[in-house]
Design a protein around this ligand. Structure first.
Ligand code: C2E
Ligand code: CA
Ligand code: CA
Length: 775
């Protein structure tokens, strides 16, 4: 009594799809499933040990298989009716099995007992019709649940199919053919079975290959069932060929087992196979195995002649195998290439940003698991853009390509070096690491990149700014670490301090800096930048001959900010052009006013690199002059050596155009750069301003005095006038006058003053200075 629910539970496990059918049918299924082992057990005992004796032969041979076939046909039909999933293929298979069962019933209870049954008979027709239906059903089932398979996977199917057919042809065909008797039709009928079986086996293996050899229960049972069926047929045919009784207990056991597996397979849910992955080399195991077998057959054919069919199939298997190898090779290469292209940087072959992000996340995950650290180092090259602009991007590319090889040697296998884009690179040091290790590596990066690069037969020096952020100290997530390493790098760049580790303090400062820049933009726009004027005097006569306009920013929020802070800020923030326009406007208006009042002063205005890179500058100056009504000769534009060197050719042309207008040009801060005056003699520069760092020390430092003296001499020999800036005392002034320096500027005369203040001083200055003339 308690047996029914237990059987039902077992059936539920064994036949998962049965859960969806009505209870009564489920019990029936359970009963049918329970009958299998019983029947097969009895048949096995009889076949193996002759239990039951000879009088049992007929029932075992006729009754037991018939019951099994009918049960199987019923179970599969029920499945086709009751379960919607994959109904089509299972209807086809159910029809096939029903015809098969019918053929068997007719044989067992009628034809077998007829003397000299015809070949082919109605039973042959029923049995053989099973094959095409089985092919169709299986193909339908396989293809409905396999995603577009690649050529390689299809070839695997072909290899497996051909291979098994070749083996089958050797093992089965020969004896069957040898034993064949009767007319052509009879022989053809008898041959139809092994051929049908071979095809079946070939298809089973082919479809399993198509699934990438991933067997779920459904496919394991189905494939197993069909293969056992083929084995049973082969066994039967071999026994017949060997002259044993027409039917035999062992073959029957196999038949029952085969259809039993099919019945269970029908009630298994089928899993969908996603596209087989190329990387799983295990996939190649089965086709590889068949290749080996085919090879062995070929070798054996040397000793025993193979039937022509078997030989042909064997050769075809090998051929398919070679094609398969070629396809695999092509696929693997293509895969490797796309993968490489997607993850590496084209120019340098280093990891690209995408791979870098992935590696960073992996490193963080690993470090998190071990309580370890990850160092992220970001660096970019200083003045790379200028270099690229001056020497051309080929030179720039060549330089970038050299970075990887230079740094490779200092990296461990687990470290990642990537190019993030432009001249920005990044390095991940995985656990074990710490801040001091990161700094050590950074110093070596600095050293490696600091060595000159040989590009286009030039020896180039590039600097590098390096920022470091540590996991978990500065962030526990990739994105955040990147941002912070970036902040550290920008600090390193602006402070020129070498490798910088991220610091919250500094970050705040640079955010303050951003606030400052936006206030500056607003101040320039609103005209809140004042301009003061510092006088320049003739060194010998001590009369004021000109002034230099200097910008002043007194911010209500930020206090008074010195120009050597806000001018570079403006330059970096792209505000320099507006600043120059503002100062130039104010300066020229003041110049006009002084000229109207009888002070014939020259007006010097400072230019930035951005000004000199703007092709519109000459026109702008010309129209500013006209607007203010100031003659060009009254204006001197001060430029620095580094500005000129940022693009000597283009800026040379620009300066020539400005010079042609009659505007004076002055080389500011001279002596702080690296070039010698002779280098700059082609420029239309009429004046050199010796930097205050030399002038200030002249009185105490004989070396500085010597430098100033020789610079003055050289400038004169090139036809230039000399202005000494930063003259703070009379002694210096006198020495300069002795050296023949034309003009002086400095606190000894006056600091920069608002125009109104200076105005009051002008005549007085002239007067007092007259009396202080050294005689
Ligand atoms: P600079 O062009 O070399 O200007 C001369 C600087 O030396 C001024 O500093 C001036 O106040 C200072 N100075 C003058 N006499 C002496 C002296 O006897 N001893 C010492 N130690 N210093 C003296 P300031 O006004 O702070 O300007 C600093 C720099 O800011 C300028 O150097 C210039 O490069 C830049 N700058 C100022 N105003 C402007 C501007 O309107 N446009 C541009 N592009 N740059 C400006
Ligand atoms: Ca200046
Ligand atoms: Ca200067």
């Amino acid at each position: 009594m308690a047996l029914a629910p237990v059987a039902a539970r077992i059936a539920g496990r064994l036949l998962p799809l049965a859960a969806g059918v009505p209870k009564r049918e489920r019990y029936a299924l359970a009963g049918a499933t329970a009958l299998f082992p019983l029947i097969v057990g009895v048949a096995a005992l009889h076949a193996l040990f002759g239990i039951g004796g000879a009088e049992f032969d007929t029932p075992v041979r006729d009754w037991l298989p018939s019951i099994v076939y009918v049960l199987v046909a019923a179970m599969v039909s029920l499945r086709a009716v009751r379960v919607r999933e994959a109904r089509g293929p299972w209807i086809v298979l159910a029809v096939g099995l029903t015809l098969y069962a019918a053929g068997n019933l007719l044989w067992a209870f009628w034809l077998e007992h007829v003397p000299n049954p015809p070949i082919p008979s109605i039973c042959d027709a029923l049995w053989l019709s099973f094959y095409p239906l089985a092919y169709v059903g299986m193909a339908w089932l396989a293809l409905s649940r396999t995603h577009r398979a690649s050529a390689g996977v299809w070839l695997d199917g072909v290899i497996a199919g051909l291979g098994i057919t070749a083996v089958g042809a050797v093992v089965v065909f020969r004896p069957v053919l040898d034993a064949a008797t009767g007319g052509t039709l009879a022989v053809a009928t008898n041959l139809a079975y092994p051929i049908g079986d071979l095809l079946l086996a070939a298809l089973v293996l082919g479809f399993l290959a198509l699934r990438g050899w991933r067997l779920d229960r459904a496919w394991g049972l189905l494939g197993g069932g069909f293969l056992v069926l083929c084995a049973a047929d082969s066994l039967y045919l071999l026994q017949v060929a060997a002259g044993s009784p027409t039917s035999n207990g062992f073959a029957n056991l196999f038949y029952m087992l085969a259809v039993g597996l099919l019945a269970v397979a029908a009630w298994q849910p089928q899993t969908t196979v996603e596209k087989p992955r190329l990387e799983s080399w295990s996939m190649l195991l089965v086709p590889g195995g068949f290749m080996l077998v085919a090879m062995a057959l070929l070798v054996s054919s040397y000793f025993h002649r193979l039937p022509p069919l078997a030989f042909t199939l064997d050769m075809l298997t090998l051929l398919a195998g070679f094609v398969r190898t070629a396809v695999t090779f092509r696929d693997v290469r293509a895969l490797a290439r796309t993968r490489r292209e997607a993850l590496t940087d084209d120019l340098t072959d280093l990891a690209n940003r995408r791979l870098f992000r992935r590696r960073l996340d992996e490193a963080i995950t690993a470090a998190r698991a071990t309580d370890g650290k990850v160092a992220l180092i970001i660096f970019d090259l200083d003045r790379f853009k200028e270099l690229n602009d001056t020497l051309g991007h080929h030179a720039g590319d060549e330089l970038l390509r050299e970075i990887g090889p230079r740094l490779k040697s200092m990296l461990r296998a687990t470290d990642t070096l990537a190019r993030l884009g432009g001249d920005e690179f990044a390095l991940i040091l995985s656990d074990p690491t710490d801040e001091s290790a990161a700094l050590r590596v950074s110093d070596r990066v600095l050293g490696e990149i600091g060595r000159p690069f040989a590009v286009h037969e030039l020896s180039l020096h590039v600097g590098v700014s390096i920022g470091i952020a540590m996991f978990p100290d500065h962030g526990d997530e990739g994105e955040e670490l990147m941002r912070r390493a970036d902040v550290a790098m920008y600090n390193s760049k602006s402070l020129r301090t070498g490798p910088e580790v991220y610091s919250l303090e500094r970050d705040k400062q640079s955010r303050d800096h951003l606030a400052l820049v936006s206030a500056l933009a607003e101040a320039i726009r609103a005209g809140e930048i004042d301009v003061e004027f510092q006088p320049k005097a003739d060194a010998a006569t001590r009369t004021v001959v000109g002034v230099e306009a200097l910008a002043r920013w007194r911010s209500l929020v930020h206090g008074t900010i010195p120009p050597d802070v806000f001018v570079p800020s403006a330059e970096r923030a792209g505000l320099a052009r507006a600043l120059t326009r503002h100062v130039l406007g104010r300066a020229l208006a003041q110049c006009r006013a002084w000229r109207d009042a009888g002070h014939d002063l020259t007006m010097a205005v400072n230019l930035t690199i951005s000004d000199l890179h703007d092709p519109a500058l000459p026109e702008e100056i010309a129209s500013a002059l006209t607007d203010a009504g100031v003659p060009p000769e009254a204006v001197v534009l001060e430029i620095t050596e580094s500005a000129v060197l940022s693009d000597p050719e283009r800026i040379g042309i620009m300066l020539a155009r400005i010079g042609e207008m009659g505007v004076g040009l002055s080389l500011d801060d001279f002596g702080t750069g690296y070039s010698s005056l002779t280098h700059l003699k082609t420029l239309p520069v009429g004046e050199v301003k010796i930097d205050r760092s030399f002038v200030g020390q002249m009185a105490t430092n004989p070396a500085d005095a010597a430098i100033v003296g020789s610079t003055i001499q050289l400038a004169h020999s090139l036809g230039m006038q000399v202005v000494a800036e930063g003259v703070e005392d009379d002694e210096t002034w006198c020495r300069l006058a002795e050296f023949g320096c034309e003009m002086v500027q400095g606190y000894a005369l006056a600091p920069a003053r608002p125009a109104a203040e200076l105005e009051g001083l002008l005549p007085a200055l002239e007067g007092t200075l007259e009396t202080r003339l050294p005689v």
